[in-house]
Design a protein. Sequence first.
Length: 261
Amino acid sequence: EVCTRAAEVGREHRADYKHVAKALARIGKAYSKKGDTDNALKFYDKAITEHRDPTILKERAEVMKALKEQERLAYIDPEKSKAEKAKGNELFKAGKYGEAVPFYTEAIKRNPADCTPYSNRAACYTKLMEFGLAMQDCDKCIELDDKFIKGYLRKAALLKIDKPQEAKAVYEKALELDPNNAEAKQGYQHCSNAVRQLPPEERAKAAMSDPEIQAILQDPAMQMILEQMQKDPAAAQEHLKNPNVAAKFQKLVQSGIVSIR
């Protein structure tokens, strides 16, 4: 009330519009603290009409952000998400991939914590040859649930088209979750064969994108061992008696990073 009166008096006495804006913004801030976003925006808009002060604009933007978050949370409904996903599944089974996408998108909005609509929408995008969008959904799916194997399988299937080394690493992750998964085993074997057929230079270059390879090469102990192996073949035999070193060395050989003469 004090701020309202201050704004009225300011107008009556033709006070500096900046002061009027400040009074109106304080009203908006008070409503914001009470959780009344509608009135908060109303008075912030009035303040901006008087003067587009950067601080007031920033405070209004924060209220808008909070309002959108409230609306997003209020929209969440897991049961409705399941219903939308089911509609998408029916369309997918009928081969109507483009029509299925909006239903999966709605399922995501209704339950953003569920990874399965992302996985299903990725499958649609793959069928539609929207590989970039499919990859984004696969990554989000894995981010939400790193134990959900379909996320890895869909991602690996996308990568194996032209990045067999990266796909192989993703199939390895899938096999860690389920060593008996037929699709993962078959995909891993396919990528292993594809990598072996690459010229040594290309194979080594592709391997550098593998996080495991990067970790091995960045390990100071392995760097020292590799340097010793290069200078002294006898030292190589000694180091390879260590199962951990031998496994890492074999990984480098298979990737084409290290060659045996």
